[in-house]
Design a protein around this ligand. Structure first.
Ligand SMILES: Cc1cc2nc3c(=O)[nH]c(=O)nc-3n(C[C@H](O)[C@H](O)[C@H](O)COP(=O)(O)OP(=O)(O)OC[C@H]3O[C@@H](n4cnc5c(N)ncnc54)[C@H](O)[C@@H]3O)c2cc1C
Length: 395
């Protein structure tokens, strides 16, 4: 079935990033179609805290506030972190950030992915300017002969035309492949083990991160007093840790964390995610753009993946909006180029910085360990440097 109608923007993927972009554009008056292969599982307060959580930076919270969904998310279940503390297992020296130094009430919030996605999904459903196509899967895409629109062909034979198509379908983006965009990848040969754990001492609303020679370990504070951990270790070690009985796992986790919060007294089930660096070689092309994990996948050690994705959506929405105000073709190459210029360099810089940190901290060479400790202490003591890192993390 070929539709004669041409939507302004078709977004493929209604994860946190795609759904936020759809809502933002629709609220600015664009006619949006949002395509998703499966509806998100509903979030319910009585359910156990979902294992996938993200640390949202100030810039992401500002976006969710502007989209009128933050109050719903925050009142459902969100945990403010007011401090961040980073230290190295092999060298003295640490780095601490405090919201008070920034005259802020929090550095950010820990929130379940599923909660954010489901609140955005409900807002999308309520918005009259967004057509949801779910379940739907794109199998082909090409630009019209006159170059004025792009067609998406679906598995069931349906078609859709839009002036701009946005791929927001995540790290393994099928649409990115259909658009012929290559990625540069590095497999860290690591997995990020996640679980929620209880501990003897209070987490003090602090996001803790410890670098070990062969691992990074983060404890992110949850609202119920527990912490959500991300323990990034080599694949074989991840297999071993996942296979441990709960008690043995708790003991090893507590030791790896240097018992900073005392003994680990309880744990949920564990899950693990493969870790890799993946950067799309281009973000744009004729009548398309990539956003979020479809464009960049970064190591989770800095907790920035979705924060970078939300920044993509803001930049793209601003670029399209300004072009339309000027009565220009909002999906013209120079408009999309502006989006790419701004976001690709920022994302690549962040990705390579996290990559360098990951490699620098992965070594147990004593000289390097000394440098790391000195580096942490230096950043901690030199106010402008520290402010620079704090502002970058906040977006
Ligand atoms: C262990 C771990 C910890 C992390 N911690 C943090 C953190 O603290 N802070 C942070 O900012 N980030 C963090 N991240 C990264 C963050 O989870 C991702 O950056 C984020 O989920 C990406 O969102 P997205 O919407 O771009 O993609 P996704 O969440 O992957 O969403 C893609 C959507 O597209 C849909 N889809 C897929 N294929 C198709 C198709 N063919 N057709 C239609 N729809 C499709 C999917 O169903 C899904 O809904 C972490 C990641 C890991 C692995």
């Amino acid at each position: 079935m070929t539709s004669r109608r041409v939507a302004d923007v078709a977004i493929v993927g209604a994860g946190m990033v795609g759904a936020a972009l759809a809502l933002d554009l629709a609220r600015r008056g664009f006619e949006v179609v949002l395509v998703e292969s499966r509806a998100p599982a509903p979030w319910r307060v009585e359910d156990e805290v979902d294992l996938r959580v993200v640390a949202l930076a100030a810039s992401s919270i500002a976006l969710l506030r502007r989209l009128d969904v933050w109050t719903t998310i925050a009142s459902a279940r969100a945990s403010a972190y007011r401090r961040m503390y980073v230290w190295d297992a092999l060298a003295p020296g640490s780095l601490a950030f405090d919201a008070a130094d920034e005259s802020a009430s929090a550095l950010g919030y820990i929130v379940e992915n599923r909660l954010i996605q489901s609140v955005l999904w409900q807002a999308v459903e309520r918005h009259g300017g967004i057509e949801l196509r779910c379940p739907a899967r794109v199998v082909a895409s090409e630009v019209d002969d006159n170059g004025a629109a792009r067609t998406l062909a679906f598995e069931d034979g349906a078609q859709l035309r839009a002036r701009l198509v946005v791929a927001a379908d995540g790290a393994d983006s099928a649409l990115r492949g259909l658009l012929g965009i290559e990625t540069r990848d590095r497999d860290y040969a690591q997995r990020g083990i996640v679980a929620h754990v209880a501990h003897a001492r209070a987490h003090e609303a602090t996001a803790w991160q410890r670098f070990l020679p062969d691992a990074t370990l983060a404890f992110l504070p949850l609202a119920d007093g527990r912490s959500s951990i991300v323990w990034s270790v080599a694949n074989a070690e991840a297999e071993r840790l996942l296979a441990l009985e709960d008690e043995a796992f708790r003991v090893e986790l507590g030791a790896a964390f240097d018992f900073r919060l005392g003994a680990v007294t309880a744990t949920t089930q564990r899950a693990a995610f493969p870790l890799r660096l993946r950067l799309a070689e281009r973000y744009i092309g004729p009548r398309f753009a990539l956003v979020g994990d479809a464009a960049h996948v970064v190591h989770p050690l800095a907790g920035q993946g979705v924060n970078l994705g939300f920044r993509d959506t803001v930049e793209l929405a601003n670029a399209l909006d300004e072009a339309r105000e000027r009565k220009a073709d909002f999906a013209a190459e120079q408009i999309l180029r502006r989006y790419e210029r701004r976001r690709r360099s920022d994302n690549a810089m962040s990705a390579h910085a996290f990559d360098a940190i990951q490699r620098g901290f992965a070594s147990d060479n004593p000289a390097l360990a000394g440098l790391r400790g000195a580096g942490l202490a230096l950043v901690d003591r030199v106010a402008p440097l520290k402010r620079f890192f704090a502002h970058r993390a906040a977006g």
